[in-house]
Ligand binder design. Structure first.
Ligand SMILES: *[C@@H]1O[C@H](CO)[C@@H](O)[C@H](O)[C@H]1NC(C)=O
Ligand SMILES: *[C@@H]1O[C@H](CO)[C@@H](O)[C@H](O)[C@H]1NC(C)=O
Ligand SMILES: *[C@@H]1O[C@H](CO)[C@@H](O)[C@H](O)[C@H]1NC(C)=O
Ligand SMILES: *[C@@H]1O[C@H](CO)[C@@H](O)[C@H](O)[C@H]1NC(C)=O
Ligand SMILES: *[C@@H]1O[C@H](CO)[C@@H](O)[C@H](O)[C@H]1NC(C)=O
Ligand SMILES: *[C@@H]1O[C@H](CO)[C@@H](O)[C@H](O)[C@H]1NC(C)=O
Ligand SMILES: *[C@@H]1O[C@H](CO)[C@@H](O)[C@H](O)[C@H]1NC(C)=O
Ligand SMILES: *[C@@H]1O[C@H](CO)[C@@H](O)[C@H](O)[C@H]1NC(C)=O
Ligand SMILES: *[C@@H]1O[C@H](CO)[C@@H](O)[C@H](O)[C@H]1NC(C)=O
Length: 453
């Protein structure tokens, strides 16, 4: 090893030769204050020392020789310079080492730093992460809060919804109940309509029934009248031969004479006592009195209005027993008068129903019969029995009567509502109206009654 180091040194010396030799003219001087170790860096020391020691020994040997001495001195100086240089170089090497070391360290530090940075970055990352986690957690918390709030809200909404539902249900229930009530009302109205209809039908039925009933009543009335008539007929058959038994009655009754069938008469008890039988009546112009002999014989007209009972009946009635005659009269002004005869009788058809008897007159109308009509036969338009040789009084003045040469009375003349007529053709009772033959009476009734002794 020593030899290889030496060879290196020689090599190095050859390279540095010039400067090493240039320092030779100075005294070889070995600095005492610096140890060899100090003069040489530890690096070169071990290498150079051997050589150096050898060199010193060689110097000493060659001192004798001045040239050599100078040369050595030069060499020594050069060596010294070289030492310096070595020292410098060593220093430089050390510096370099130092620098290398420092750079290494720095690199280490740099790498450490990088690592730290890396780590810090990691840490930071982690921190970031954790902060993010925290953030997230916070957010989650907030979200939870919000969620809670939402849950609360939802709860509140649920409650509200429930409330609304309840209200809706209530409203719906009310609506339903209202609807039901309306339906009930409709049903009721319908029922009532039906009832009304029913009532109307019932009413119609009732009306029908009433009408039927009324007609039945009318029929019954008619039947009753018929029955009454029949009863009267029967009663007349066995009891009545005049109106006398029908005391105080002014109505129709049936009488029967000994030799006739029962017939109906109109009794009058409200004019001059009870029991009069109407034989003639004039109240209006509804009946025509200008009729034939047969009509006057059999009678005609309506017993309750205008009629003539019939000469045959009157004859038979007056034949049996003495009768009174009562004549009631009224003029157009409403005044009434009467004429009464106490023994009225007419003959048979063979006698032309002659007015046989009148009896004694009494009354207010005057006697318009006795003087000209007594003992006269009955005349009609078709049976001229009067005393007028030239004319038929009945035909001239209309209606049948006991005409003479016509006479002072004619109660079967034409009816004039206004109470005036052509001469003699009206309802005449001349003694009342001072023989004014143009005054026609508007009411007359002739009635007879058996004389009670
Ligand atoms: C260390 O880092 C510094 C600054 O970043 C840089 O100037 C230097 O050259 C680095 N050293 C090494 C050995 O990488
Ligand atoms: C690590 O990072 C934090 C935050 O960025 C910074 O304050 C700190 O100085 C860094 N440390 C190093 C050694 O780079
Ligand atoms: C939750 O609700 C309360 C009251 O309504 C409100 O003050 C609060 O800000 C809400 N919070 C959130 C996170 O929405
Ligand atoms: C509302 O009515 C419906 C149907 O009848 C029923 O299902 C529901 O429970 C009712 N709600 C309330 C709050 O009464
Ligand atoms: C009543 O008598 C008349 C005449 O006699 C007759 O036409 C009528 O049918 C009778 N009425 C009744 C209901 O018997
Ligand atoms: C008839 O009428 C008279 C007078 O009004 C009366 O006194 C008499 O009692 C009545 N007779 C009958 C049977 O009704
Ligand atoms: C008598 O009775 C009849 C029928 O009831 C009536 O029309 C007449 O006016 C009455 N006469 C008198 C004088 O009362
Ligand atoms: C009815 O009365 C009027 C006026 O008082 C009179 O002019 C007329 O002659 C009267 N008629 C009869 C029939 O008495
Ligand atoms: C009565 O009747 C006959 C026959 O119809 C007629 O010629 C005569 O003129 C009538 N007399 C009166 C007064 O109306």
């Amino acid at each position: 090893m020593r030899s290889s180091g030496f060879v290196v040194f020689i090599f190095w010396l050859l390279l540095q030769g010039e400067s090493f030799l240039a320092s030779g003219d100075r005294e070889i001087y070995l600095p005492q204050e610096l140890s060899i170790e100090d003069q040489c860096s530890e690096y070169c020391f071990s290498v150079v020392k051997l050589f150096f020691d050898h060199f010193i020994r060689s110097k000493v040997a060659s001192d004798a020789n001045g040239d050599l001495k100078n040369k050595i001195y030069l060499l020594e100086t050069q060596l010294k310079n070289k030492d310096e240089e070595i020292k410098l170089k060593n220093q430089q090497i050390a510096d370099k080492d130092e620098q290398i070391k420092r750079e290494q360290f720095e690199a280490k530090i740099n790498s450490s730093e990088a690592e730290i940075i890396k780590l810090n970055a990691t840490i930071e990352k982690n921190e970031l992460k954790s902060s993010r986690i925290i953030d997230l957690e916070t957010q989650i918390k907030e979200y939870q809060l919000q969620l809670n709030n939402k849950t609360e809200d939802i709860k509140a909404f649920t409650v509200r919804i429930k409330l609304l539902e309840t209200e809706t249900n209530k409203s719906r229930d009310e609506l339903i109940s209202t609807k039901e009530e309306i339906e009930k009302c409709h049903a009721k109205i319908k029922d009532q309509e039906v009832e009304i209809k029913h009532g109307q039908d019932q009413l119609a039925i009732k009306e029908g029934l009433l009408k039927a009933f009324e007609s039945t009543v009318r029929e019954k009335e008619s039947q009753f009248k018929n029955l009454t008539s029949e009863t009267e007929l029967l009663r007349g058959k066995y009891e009545a031969s005049s109106c006398l038994p029908f005391v105080n009655s002014t109505n129709v009754h049936s009488i029967r004479l000994f030799d006739t069938d029962p017939f109906i008469v109109h009794c009058c008890s409200n004019v001059s006592g009870s029991g009069w039988t109407l034989i003639q009546r004039r109240v209006n112009a509804n009946e025509n009195f200008n009729r034939s002999w047969t009509d006057y014989k059999m009678g005609f007209g309506d017993l309750r209005e205008n009629f003539f009972l019939g000469l045959e009946k009157i004859h038979r009635m007056t034949l049996l027993q003495p009768h009174e005659l009562y004549i009631q009269l009224q003029d157009v002004n409403g005044s009434t008068r009467y004429a009464r005869y106490d023994d009225f009788k007419i003959g048979s058809e063979e006698e032309a129903y002659e007015l046989i008897s009148l009896g004694k007159y009494s009354g207010t109308a005057g006697d318009s019969l006795t003087k000209f009509q007594l003992n006269m036969k009955f005349s009609t338009l078709d049976r001229d029995n009067d005393a007028n040789v030239k004319r038929n009084c009945a035909k001239m003045f209309g209606g049948g009567w006991w005409f003479s040469a016509c006479g002072r009375s004619h109660l079967n003349g034409n009816y004039y509502k206004d109470g005036t007529c052509e001469v003699r053709d009206g309802i005449i009772w001349a003694t009342w109206k001072d023989y004014d033959f143009t005054i026609s009476l508007t009411f007359s009734q002739m009635m007879i009654r058996p004389k009670t002794l």
